[in-house]
Design a binder for this molecule. Sequence first.
Ligand SMILES: [Zn+2]
Length: 125
Amino acid sequence: MTTEGRHHDLADLLDRCLRNPILGLCEGVSITWVTSTKGRVHRIILGSYDRTKGRIEINDRLDRWYVPEYVLLDVIRHELLHRLVGWTSRDDQHGPVFMRAERSFGSHGRAEAWIERNQHRLFRG
Ligand SMILES: [Zn+2]
């Protein structure tokens, strides 16, 4: 497992997310960078949560100097929410409870907008 990337340290970012009183319930979760080997550019996976391993996996394409911290924090919070509320809506991973919780994080809209604007840059090559 690697948490320290070239530009971003996932252990530090995860610690900061866990300071949120709700997300703090996820204490004990682990995190790692993963290299995405899937070449399907139209389906962008920035992060995922492995429930069996209790581990968040973050696409190492996000380990770039120009990726703002608030984007990484948002992706990590998203995966933490899967650990917390995913089971309440097995058929719909991003059900209403999930969406509402995610929107409650101040920088979510800003992070989404950044990803939208920069995905071509993140996922080419
Ligand atoms: Zn999700």
